[in-house]
Design a protein around this ligand. Structure first.
Ligand code: FAD
Length: 455
């Protein structure tokens, strides 16, 4: 008898958590295990702002999927672009562009999320995200190039616009990005004697009335105070009305001359979710506490792409927030539930009490709330870095990150602009492949033609 096929989509916190657990617990001939992933690494996203600001090298947070010969999963290099749940086939676009149909008996959907955008004129053209390794590397080069170009320019208006930077999104991703990049420019400007440091201005804006509401009032205010003292201008209750190549207009009518708009205003589930035609909650697949998809045989979903009930919260309708903390643990639980299904055993629900939040604002600045304890300054920074360091999956990644931190603390940054991506089309859509997915008709055609060929 053919072995059952388990197909995992996405090599992030959730997908890799699931695959590694299955590798350890599946019997040698119990099932075939495959993983669809466009990249050969798992990205440790919480440290992305530190890559953008040059504290860490990109490689140090890209954890290899092929670190050990014990990893027996077949890795399919590409992205899933549609799932036909009736035919039990996942359509994959390989990195060569070729479409292949991957049949499955059990599919685990963990494609994560993409940057959430709105219908704001100019946003898709001029906004840059902070969600992929390429985006972080691009933003770093872009920011350094603004200093280089401002330094070389004789035009006062050009200098002003190149030295202003706007970050939209006062959640932890936007706040950490603004904080880390502001430290980058304030350190870098010392190497540009012709530039007036007072011209450099960072803006952090959010439509919400508070920064990082998850931190609570006191800690949120502390974070705001730290950033304001460092010269970051925070505007709350404000968003973007339109964006252009040389200026951004806020919803309060203010026009800021800038060539840098970093957009981190939340995430939405991967567009892959839409190809299933299943029920969603705010765009995330509406799964059970066991992470199965009701009415769809053999489908599991988790992480940022799924609305997993938050049983630990004890409130009706509560779902787990889109965090790495949950995604990784859901990965382990889903692996157990796939195994239980294979072995005709009962499935178990996911339940995890949130451990809190750590926010690294660069240098000695941080705010953290581990297990409800409010920390600021060095203790908060120690907890933030200690938490991320211990959560890195491999020892080699731990060694790389620690070495980078030490090197940066001792020798600082050289503010090198690599130019690798200078000619890259640099929109959110290009970086996050948001247009790669099949419509229901295309999906049906693709799986039907393959079935016909096989028949
Ligand atoms: C800047 C930043 C800072 C953050 N800081 C924190 C933090 O401090 N603490 C915390 O808990 N969380 C943090 N998060 C959130 C956290 O990173 C996410 O919640 C977590 O990564 C979700 O895990 P996931 O496995 O669902 O998705 P991801 O980790 O995003 O993984 C999804 C994977 O699927 C791949 N993929 C996407 N589409 C497809 C497809 N169609 N086919 C195949 N593969 C696909 C992607 O390339 C990716 O590798 C942060 C996020 C960002 C962006």
């Amino acid at each position: 008898m053919a072995r059952p096929k388990i197909l995992v989509v996405g090599a992030g916190f959730a997908g890799v958590g699931c695959v590694r657990r299955l590798e350890r617990r599946l019997g040698a001939n119990e099932a075939d295990l495959s993983l669809v992933t466009p990249f050969s690494y798992q990205l440790y996203l919480p440290l992305l702002p530190q890559v953008a600001s040059g504290i860490l090298t990109p490689q140090s947070i890209a954890l290899s999927l092929r670190r050990s010969s014990r990893h027996r999963t077949r890795i399919i290099p590409g992205g899933a672009i549609g799932v036909d749940t009736k035919a039990k086939v996942c359509v994959v676009r390989k990195i060569t562009g070729e479409l292949v149909n991957e049949p499955y008996d059990y599919i685990v959907l963990a494609p994560g999320s993409i940057t959430r955008t709105f219908d704001i004129p100019g946003l898709l053209e001029y906004g840059r995200g902070m969600k992929t390794l390429a985006e972080a590397a691009y933003v770093r080069d872009h920011v350094i190039s603004q200093l280089d170009l401002a330094d070389a320019s004789q035009d006062e208006a050009e200098r002003t616009s190149r030295l202003q930077f706007v970050v939209v999104g006062g959640g932890y991703a936007g706040t950490e990005t603004a904080a880390c990049l502001q430290r980058l420019t304030s350190a870098a400007v010392k190497r540009y004697p012709r530039l007036d440091p007072a011209l450099i201005k960072w803006h952090l804006i959010d439509i919400a009335p508070k920064l990082m509401p998850e931190l609570g009032d006191k800690l949120g205010r502390s974070a705001q105070q730290i950033l304001t003292e460092r010269g970051i201008e925070i505007s709350l209750g404000v968003s973007i009305d339109k964006a252009g190549p040389q200026e951004v207009t806020f919803t309060n009518g203010r026009v800021v001359p800038t060539r840098t708009l970093i957009w981190t205003a939340g995430v939405v589930a991967s567009p892959l979710v839409g190809t299933l035609g299943a029920e969603t909650i705010r765009g995330r697949l509406a799964v059970t506490a066991e992470m199965t998809l009701p009415g769809f045989d053999g489908v599991f979903a988790l992480g940022d792409a799924a609305a997993v009930p938050d049983l630990a919260k004890g409130e009706e309708g509560a779902v787990c927030p889109p965090t790495a903390q949950h995604a990784m643990r859901q990965g382990h639980k889903v692996a157990d539930n796939v195994l239980a299904t294979l072995r005709n055993q009962p499935l178990k629900p996911y339940e995890h009490k949130d451990l809190g939040l750590v926010v690294d604002l660069g240098g000695r600045d941080a705010v953290s709330k581990p297990l409800g304890v409010e920390l600021r300054g060095l203790p908060a920074q120690a907890v933030a870095r200690g938490y991320h360091w211990s959560a890195l999956r491999t020892n080699v990644a731990k060694a790389r990150v620690m070495t980078n931190w030490l090197l940066n603390a001792v020798a600082g940054d050289d503010f090198v602009r690599t130019g690798f991506q200078a000619r890259t089309p640099a929109t959110l859509r290009d970086f996050e492949y948001t247009d790669a997915y099949l419509t229901p008709e295309q999906l049906h055609e693709q799986t039907a033609s393959a079935a016909h060929e096989q028949g």
